[in-house]
Design a protein around this ligand. Structure first.
Ligand code: PEP
Ligand code: MN
Length: 334
């Protein structure tokens, strides 16, 4: 259930009400929409409760009996788009955010060269994995901490932010030292202890859709993070498993408008993992932006065929440049 409070209710009065509701046995999360405070009762509501009673509480303007299980991620709780601010960068709510870089950080020289190329063409967030979730234990697993050092230095040298995957809740603190955005990968989308750990972090989270996750599953995963107090989540459609085997995954473009209608959180698309074949990255990147995505995350490498992971889906600097030229005009259509 969501309680919309009267505009400009003083913070002390909101805290008092929050305490009172907590004392009554509810778990209460606080939000705000255009100076209007909002309280979400995320736990403790059952069918026996007389909703009308809440109208009599002080400072309550109106009540929404939340219909979605993902209350905090829903538009009912937060009708307008969430805009995530990191320094002078902003993600969501009209801006176009491009994250680009190699699948893995391979060496200092490789990630510095990559950062230079992608930033020249307009990417503002450098991607690169240092802890890699590989299908085979015998494949390159990433450089670990030193990879994060290279990634962070390369990003700073080119005035970029950086994003990297955290695979284990024990590593959250380590990743926080180096990256601006914590990535939770598709395989970990329902690793609930990891979701709780990144939920306690101050860093924004890039949450990738699981291989067989429904929209509901993805939004419930976001809810885990939100319920721990971290409001800054970017949802990412990165393709799902279907009966089609020609492509690596099936990129679900419908996820973009659907997720954006259900949730206020920014939605980006990963065409690289979505299709897995480099020649199909451009049309899918265009489709994602035309469908209303807030940005893209794309794998780019100075010499794609030599990439240590995901070479087949990694595009060249020239290919990336050609995609970047088209995106602003597509974004304007939405
Ligand atoms: C990645 O971004 O390199 C990655 C492993 O992504 P996903 O979790 O979507 O497979
Ligand atoms: Mn990859």
């Amino acid at each position: 259930m969501i309680l919309n409070l009267i505009k400009n209710t003083p913070p002390s009065a909101i805290s008092e009400l929050q305490q009172r509701l907590t004392f009554m046995g509810f778990t209460v999360m606080r939000g705000e929409e255009n100076n209007t405070p909002v309280l979400a009762l995320v736990k403790g509501i059952d069918k026996t409760i007389d909703i009308e009673k809440f109208n009599q509480l002080p400072h309550v303007e109106s009540i929404i009996p939340a219909t979605d299980k993902y209350i905090l991620a829903s538009r009912q709780f937060h009708p307008s788009d969430t805009q995530i601010k990191i320094g002078s960068h902003s993600i969501g709510s009209g801006s176009l955010t491009i994250m680009a870089g190699s699948c893995s950080v391979e060496s200092e020289e490789q990630i510095f060269t990559t950062a230079k190329i992608v930033s020249q063409h307009g990417a503002t967030i450098l991607r690169g994995g240092a802890f890699k979730p590989r299908t085979s234990p015998y494949d390159f697993q990433g450089l670990g901490e030193i990879g994060l050092v290279y990634l962070s230095d390369a990003a700073k040298a080119h005035n970029m932010l950086c994003v990297s995957e955290v695979m284990d809740s024990a590593d959250v603190e380590l990743l926080e030292k180096y990256v601006d955005i914590l990535q939770v990968g598709a395989r970990n989308m329902q690793n609930f202890s990891l979701l709780k750990a990144v939920g306690r972090s101050q860093k924004p989270v890039l949450l990738k859709r699981g291989l067989s996750a429904t929209y509901h599953d993805l939004l419930m995963a976001a809810e885990y993070i939100l319920s721990e107090g971290n409001p800054n989540i970017i949802l990412c459609e990165r393709g799902i498993r279907t009966y089609e085997t020609f492509t690596r995954n099936t990129l679900d473009i419908a996820a973009v408008p659907v997720l954006k209608s259900l949730s206020h959180l920014p939605v980006i698309v990963d065409p690289s993992h979505g299709v897995g074949i480099r020649e199909f990255i451009s049309p899918l990147a265009y489709a994602a932006i035309a469908a209303g995505a807030d940005g893209l995350i794309i794998e780019v490498h100075p010499t794609p065929d030599k990439a240590l992971s995901d070479a087949k889906q990694t595009i060249s600097p020239e290919h990336f440049a050609s995609i970047m030229k088209v995106l602003p005009s597509l974004k304007q259509l939405t």
